[in-house]
Structures are given as structure tokens and as C-alpha cells.
Design a protein around this ligand. Structure first.
Ligand code: AMP
Ligand code: ZN
Length: 114
């Protein structure tokens, strides 16, 4: 995906503040944080949404959530609570068409989300 900003980050074509990386996942700091802690967990393979992942590639989601679990443990995010968010589509607020999980923590949050 030539124009995808997250593919460019994954390929080291543009810089990002990486906090975790393995063979299938990268976790970066969000450039415009919406909470004291705001990371983006991104699978290295480009898919727009989880519904676009073929069943043969579903393992990437377990790897993605394993990486998130490690980060939660490393940074003790469970001590004060955290929120995971996946936006899909314009109406849900997706601005980058490459699956990513927002990891938000460090402040009180309201429900329902806006
Ligand atoms: P979404 O709106 O759910 O698609 O989330 C996209 C997120 O990517 C937003 O929170 C942006 O602030 C973030 N973002 C966009 N460009 C960059 C970048 N170059 N480095 C880090 N985060 C970015
Ligand atoms: Zn991409």
C-alpha cells in the first residue's frame, strides 16, 4: 500500500516513536495523544479492517493482542485502567485505513464514547 502512512512507518520510510516491535506487530506512540498514554498497535500486514483479514491470516490478531498484553504488563497499565479502541470507517472516526488498536490510559474516561 504505497500511500499508507502506517505502511511507511513499518517500512521505516517515515519516523515514529516505537515502543514495541516483533515480526508481525509494531506499537508506536500516537502523534496526537488523546490521553497521557496513547499508543497504536499496528499489524505489519496491511488490511483496512478486521473484516478484511482472510481466515488464513487471522493469526495476526492473536499476535497483535499478545503484543498489546506485553505492553500492558510492561507499563502496568492495568493498575489504572486502559481502553482499547478500533475505529473502522469514516463514521466511526477512522482516518488511517490500516488496522490499528488505540491503547489509551492515564486518565478517567467517559462512556458512551463520542
Ligand atoms: P484513526 O482515526 O482511528 O484512524 O487513528 C489514526 C491515528 O493515527 C490518530 O490517532 C492519529 O493521531 C495517528 N497518526 C496519524 N499519523 C501518525 C504518525 N505519523 N505517527 C503516529 N501516529 C499517527
Ligand atoms: Zn498500510
Amino acid at each position: 500500500m504505497d500511500q499508507c502512512i502506517f505502511c511507511k512507518i513499518i517500512n521505516n520510510e517515515i519516523p515514529a516513536r516505537r515502543v514495541y516491535e516483533d515480526e508481525s506487530t509494531v506499537i508506536i506512540k500516537d502523534i496526537s495523544p488523546q490521553a497521557p498514554v496513547h499508543y497504536l498497535a499496528i499489524p505489519k500486514k496491511h488490511f483496512a479492517g478486521i473484516q478484511n483479514i482472510p481466515s488464513s491470516e487471522m493469526e495476526l490478531l492473536s499476535k497483535l493482542f499478545s503484543a498489546i498484553t506485553k505492553l500492558i504488563a510492561d507499563e502496568s497499565l492495568d493498575q489504572n485502567g486502559y481502553r482499547l479502541v478500533i475505529n473502522y470507517g469514516e463514521k466511526a472516526g477512522q482516518t488511517v485505513s490500516h488496522i490499528h488498536v488505540h491503547i489509551l490510559s492515564g486518565r478517567s474516561m467517559t462512556w458512551p464514547p463520542g
